[in-house]
Design a protein around this ligand. Sequence first.
Ligand code: NAD
Ligand code: DAU
Length: 364
Amino acid sequence: MESGSADGTNMRDTILVTGGCGFIGSNFILQRMQADATSVVNLDKLTYAGNPRNLESIANNGRYEFVHGDIGDRTAVRQLLTRHEPRAIVHFAAESHVDRSIHGPDDFIRTNVDGTFALLEEARAYWSGFPEQDRQRFRFLHVSTDEVYGSLGPNDPPFRETTQYAPNSPYAASKAASDHLVRAYHHTYGLPTLTTNCSNNYGPFQFPEKLIPLMILHARDGKPLPVYGDGKNVRDWLYVEDHCEAIAAVLRNGRASETYNIGGWNEKPNIEIVETVCDLLDEMTPSGKDSRRSLITFVKDRPGHDRRYAMDGRKIERELGWKPKETFESGIRKTVRWYLEHEEWVRDVTSGGYRQWIAMHYSS
Ligand code: NAD
Ligand code: DAU
């Protein structure tokens, strides 16, 4: 290992990010590259959701390296850890779309459960070889979701870090399983882990199978806007850059073994989100015809659709001083504008596999 780092340990200022070509991972890497002098190694399998173009602007930066690979490939992970000697692993890589997990859960178990297990095993072996002072400083930060807590009734208090797990979809169950593994690796082996559970993100680079980008692009193109069930399911929405700052704060100052809930204090029913997107498009690109709201179409509900999520973010605010900066009004406006201004990115991701998915999923 190199010696003489600023914090007096032998560790390099490198972090290994998994899944950094996805929506949140790429926002996180772009933000970190601007914010400090950390070097980033990005391990990504480039599934349909991974897009290296998200990181085009830093592709030639000497502090950034992309490695195409699977978190489940233990030899590849071992070699990466040995070569780059990161001081932390920030683990985003996952299958992340609930509807896809309902159609085909296999990949969710493979990546989210088996993949996280493989990564933890390699992290443990790597970390076990450290001198004592470095062992305390290493961090394995696992990025997880509010969906592990299940569904709330209209008057239930928001999820806290102590809320009992009750995952309802194969996606949520696979994330819950990975959270439990992370917890066990701290409890049993002492691996310095951190877990963040976050609510729904929105913003640039989100793959347009998720509610907000899907609605923006369909509304732009005058296509039907498929709202599941009665449209009254509630999510708590957080602008992606706020989430990335929260992860950075947890990585910097979070207490090893702790979990932190991250939310936007911004609960909204889906129908309200869709109407807001319609109104913004009417304003930014007037169609001269009916309001885009006329495109709203209620469709068959998602099986097992969780009714409401809400996050209690008081712990991270109290302990780490983090709270969201962006309001929903400013964040959604920026997001709609971003999709309208990034036509080439949209064309790139909406080719091939994406079209097949839309055709299969919405055919009924
Ligand atoms: P995403 O689907 O946009 O990106 C996932 C990335 O992981 C892609 O780049 C993909 O290529 C990569 N990947 C998938 N399997 C891999 C494997 N086996 N090995 C290496 N790379 C692999 O996901 P996202 O929305 O950016 O979510 C990132 C993380 O944050 C996930 O763990 C998700 O559970 C969690 N999360 C997401 C949200 C949200 O609203 N999107 C909210 C809370 C938590
Ligand atoms: O809560 C955090 C989770 O948020 C993350 O862990 C997941 O990775 C992320 O995908 C997201 O899950 P959701 O299922 O909440 O997100 P999605 O965008 O798929 O759906 C949001 C809500 O909108 C949900 O109630 C279902 C509804 N919906 C979604 C789509 C795609 C529709 O009504 N119509 C649609 O076409």
